[in-house]
Design a protein around this ligand. Structure first.
Ligand code: GRF
Length: 192
């Protein structure tokens, strides 16, 4: 499968996915990594993987539609079949969904539908939750609301800090995302 990664942050998930491609654990062909943020760590992190990186932001466009049209153009040029969101901090709009709904996945650091949106790990800690985890889901118009593909849970230890839980959740994400993408791409192929 030809895929692209969208990320706004440090890019640890993006890097893990590209590593899994290199090691042969993920059978997919990364076409490019895109970031909407100029200073995003992901842009440096992916340099070693020999994959093209693009960067532009919605501020450079008149509207969200025009911004997404520019992204769509890139996706079409590279004949991208799947879009993988890895810490992409924007809601996906109609322009992209029209083409990629059902072929766009996201990872979220909670057991959805609990704690959608920003700072899911902080929300769980503040709430005194005893369980959390990771969810991988298809993207729809809502914020972290699409159909769930895979989930993995962990217990929150008594007195665990947000930083500690973040580390453990990230470890889980790094295992679960490449593994789930392999399954999703394989299933996708079977339907082609
Ligand atoms: C991850 O925790 C992911 O679940 C969330 O954003 C974070 C991105 O981290 N959507 P990274 O940039 O992959 O390190």
């Amino acid at each position: 499968m030809r895929f692209a990664i969208f990320a706004s942050g440090s890019g640890s998930n993006a890097a893990r996915i590209l590593q899994a491609v290199q090691s042969g654990d993920l059978e997919g062909v990364p076409q490019f990594v895109f970031s909407d943020r100029k200073d995003a760590g992901v842009l440096f992190k992916v340099e070693q993987y020999n994959v093209t990186a693009y960067q532009f932001s919605p501020k450079e466009y008149e509207s969200k539609e025009e911004y997404e049209e520019a992204l769509l153009k890139l996706l079409k040029e590279h004949r991208v079949e799947w879009v993988v969101l890895a810490g992409y901090m924007r809601l996906i709009g109609d322009v992209l969904l029209r083409h990629y709904e059902g072929r766009m996945v996201n990872i979220h650091p909670s057991l959805l539908p609990s704690y959608p949106g920003l700072d899911a790990i902080g929300q769980a800690i503040d709430d005194g939750a005893t369980k959390s985890g990771v969810t991988i889901h298809y993207v729809d118009r809502g914020m972290d609301t699409g159909p769930i593909i895979a989930q993995q849970s962990l217990s929150i230890e008594r007195g665990e800090t947000k930083e500690q839980l973040t580390t453990r959740i990230q470890q889980l994400e790094h295992q679960l995302y490449p593994k789930t993408l392999q399954r999703v791409f394989k299933e996708g192929e079977a339907y082609q």
